[in-house]
Each structure stands twice: as C-alpha cells, then as structure tokens.
Design a binder for this molecule. Sequence first.
Ligand code: NCD
Ligand code: ZN
Length: 352
Amino acid sequence: MEYTILRPDDMHIHLRQGDLLARCAPHAARVFGRAIVMPNTIPPITTSLGLERYREEILGATSGSGFAPLMTFKISESITPDDVAALKAAGAVAGKYYPRGATTNSADGIGDHRAVYPVLRAMEQNGLVLCIHGEDPAAFSLDREAAFLPVLSEIVARFPTLRVVLEHVSSRAAIEVVASMPERVAATITVHHIFLTLDDVIGELLHPHHFCKPVAKRPEDRDAVREAALSGGPRFFFGSDSAPHEQRAKECADGCAGVYTAPVAMPLLAELFEREFAPGAAAASAPGVADDRPEWVSRLEDFTSRFGARFYGIPLPEDRVYLKRSPWDVPGQIDGIVPFRAGSRLTWSLTA
Ligand code: NCD
Ligand code: ZN
C-alpha cells in the first residue's frame, strides 16, 4: 500500500549548529521540503549576517536534498526597525518571541512584552510572522501556557495586521483562545503533544526523552491538541518542534527540554490519521479536485503540507513523497540522538 502526498513542511524545527546540525539536518531534509528554523542557537540569530551564515550552514549540511530552510530571528529589545527590514531583506519569514527563561537558550529572552512593541510594529509593517513561545515562566509548570494567553491577546489586539503563530500549543485553554481569534492567528501542533501527557514524562519512571517545553499536560489537554490536529481547521498546522539534544544532555541531572521527532513524525501522524478516519470513502481535500486517496491521506496532507504554507503565504510544495505501508523499527539512537518512540515499530514509512 502506497500513497503520494505533497512533501510535508515543518513549521517549527530546531536544526542546531556545528556537529549536531550536521547529524540532524539531513534527517529533517529527507522528510521535509521546507522548515521554519528556530533561531535559539548560540549566539542567537539576531542579525541579517547571522541569518545568512546560519542558512549557509544548513544548506551545506543538507546539500543535494532540495531542502529549503525558512529563516527566523530571535526578537529582542535591541533590534531596531532598520534591523527588521534588513532581516526581511536577508530572507527572514518570521521573528521568534521567547519569554525570558522559558526554554532552551532563552536566558536572553523577553521580560516585558511591551519592551519589544517597536520590533513587533516593524515586523507588522514588513509582513513578517510573529512566532511565539507562549509560556509565562513565572507560573506553575502546568499553567504556564494559560498564564501567557493574556499577553497573546494583548499583542493580537495591539497589532491588527500582524500574523501570529502560537507555537507548540499544549493546552485546551490555548486552543480555545486561538480558535476564537482572527484568521491571522494560528497555532502549530507537535507530534509529541498529540500523544503525551505528563504521566508519560513522570507518571511512573522518569522519561527524559518525553520532557519538553511546554511540558505535556493533562489527558484533556492532550485530547484537545489531538482534536485540533484532526479537525481540518486550517489555522492548526504541523510544526514538529523537533529539538535534538545529545543523549548525555537528556539522560542526566538537569536534563534539557526537547523531543527529537523529525525522523518519526510523519509515520506517527499517518498512523493517527489512518486510525481516526479509515475506512473512509474517497474524499477531496480541495473542492473540485478529484482525489481517489482515502480521506485520511488528504486530511494528513492538509495538516502537514497545505495549511502551514497557506498561512505563511508561500507556494504549496511542488514535489511529492510516498507514504508506504512498510513497517520499520525505530532505532535506539539516530546518529547519537535518541528519537521519539525509540525501539517501537511504526507502520508507515516515508520515501522520496
Ligand atoms: C526547544 C529546544 O531544545 O531548543 N526545546 C523544547 O523543549 N521544545 C526549545 C523550544 O521550542 O521550547
Ligand atoms: Zn521549539
């Protein structure tokens, strides 16, 4: 059994730097045609020169694959409107808002959101998307996303034409708020937040490879994330937040937050969509276009290959990949990094 789908895009990924990038990026490039690349490197991506150098490094690590990194920069008070215009000219598609101390490499993040309003204004004027890590680190872990929502609302109201993405949405509260907002506000959804609750992190033994920010929450939150992913709502689209860390940085005291999902995301999503929608009659995801694939395949394609591109205003993917019912066993490590679902058997594979 084999189906073709438009090559997926990953609307939120961490590709890292140096040796780690060289090991991880090729796996992402095998699956995704394009990806919104997060700027939380060391040093962070804050200038057009830094952005161009980082893009070159990524292209070098993925050469021959056709992979196109969609670049972002880290928002800070010290960025001027001229810097924003220069970043846009260098190819930035989005700026990323990290609350100070919310996650990996965010000690230089934003304290008071009002302090970056001039940057947000310039982004709005330049048509750049605002990607938000929506957590208030001062709140209790499980409440951090909900505690940030008033800031999200304030930003959305204050900048009436700014496109905003609430990244890696992880709670029912956040999904309801995004759903109630205008069309120019969207959310990305990860694979791990579709599957995990806090019990999968600390419910029995400690599972460091399930530890990420925002932390996986209650069953009702996980269910809300899953429902949003399956809903066919075009403002909920796929962003893996694949965040590789060395095994020793995960399996230790003071372990890093991040789940490495790029190599397994599409097979896991295929299983989920198939289970949810099959057996389905043939369905057309685009009106008037004949589509003899099962409904779940076109719905999956919407989630991973159409909705994100449409929101970002970039062309739909040009090439296609094959989803093949061909079981494979996820290795314990992929180039030294432990992937999500290591050791399990997946039903679907993705091939070029
Ligand atoms: C990310 C990382 O490791 O860079 N970690 C994570 O848990 N998601 C940063 C982020 O997106 O929060
Ligand atoms: Zn991330």
